[in-house]
Design a protein around this ligand. Sequence first.
Ligand code: NDP
Length: 355
Amino acid sequence: MTEIDKTKPVLVTGATGYVAGWLVKKLLEEGIDVHAAVRNPDNKAKLAHLDEIAAKSKGSISYFKSDLLEEGSYAEAMKGCELVYHTASPFALDVKDAQRDLIDPAVNGTKNVLNSASATPSVKRVVVTSSCAAIYGDAIDTQNAPGGKITEEIWNTTSSLEHGPYSYSKTLAEKKAWEMQKAQSQWDLVCINPSFVMGPALNPKNTTSESQSVLMQMVDGTMKMGAPKLGFGVVDVRDVAEAHFKAGFTPVAQGRYITSGTETDLLEMAMSLIPKYGDRFPLPKKALPKWLLMIVAPLINKNYTRRFIKDNVNVPWSGDNSKIKKELGMEFRPLQESMEDGLQQLIDEGIVVAK
Ligand code: NDP
């Protein structure tokens, strides 16, 4: 049981991020003072949306310069906080050097933030943004799980530096977090494990998240010949923020929480946009055959190996979201709403142009 005092500031690492933006908004609207740890507090373009929200909210925001790779750089931002949200971690699928670009910032960053938590006596709870990627590597793993769906009991054992390095980085980082939590008794740990996040960004012109890149590819013609039935779960970014909020302020919150609204696949996601936008964008209308992908995909993108295609295409994804519904009272938006709100925003902001 951990009670968090809402009059104390709350730290959010990676506050510029797509997921973190909605969490910061929620905290500010609840009247909480947010300590926003960011790599560059002088980059106004990446922070203007947060300042605007803070100006209209009861809570206040202050910025702290912090980098996952600089030891001790979260200490100042953490002072006086009872609750720490650690969301910062690179989310990129196409990187040059997976160890340097994904694993090191994810794992050493987690170590760095949690070492500061142990050195800051006010800290009572840390909520880490992990991922379903720390639970499964390929969609086939969900089918092979007991009962044919992943639960919080399961860990990703199939990703590696060579196969699914982003998923591997999230697995190693979450393992490190639990190892460090168990070695002390000052703070407890709650992990939020979202599936693929979709929905509008608060700062769409400066979003680096892979979530927005995937949505852009659905409408820019990349998938006009069809899309693979690549199985995964999807959750709305606003629901992910709500899950973080509840994980922080629900005294009995404990362990990991699969945070996923819909079991779907890439083609179904894209096709959910057809009723409203099908006449304006070259959306995919049919599945690309697996045999064709086995031949062509590895030539187009080094991440789409034959093993990846075999274990993910035409393989349904299944995850059990009952723990978060029961313990934190979460409800999830339907897929269509996340997809339509996400695309409508890209149109309204002039980021994608309809025919
Ligand atoms: P974003 O790219 O929008 O956010 C990533 C954040 O991490 C940014 O704020 C970025 O800061 C920060 N960051 C990256 N490297 C460093 C570093 N070396 N030092 C300090 N900060 C750093 O991605 P998302 O919002 O999608 O991801 C946020 C979290 O959610 C991540 O932990 C991700 O793994 C997790 N997640 C995301 C899912 C998704 O589908 N989007 C699904 C499941 C989990 P800067 O602005 O300075 O680059």
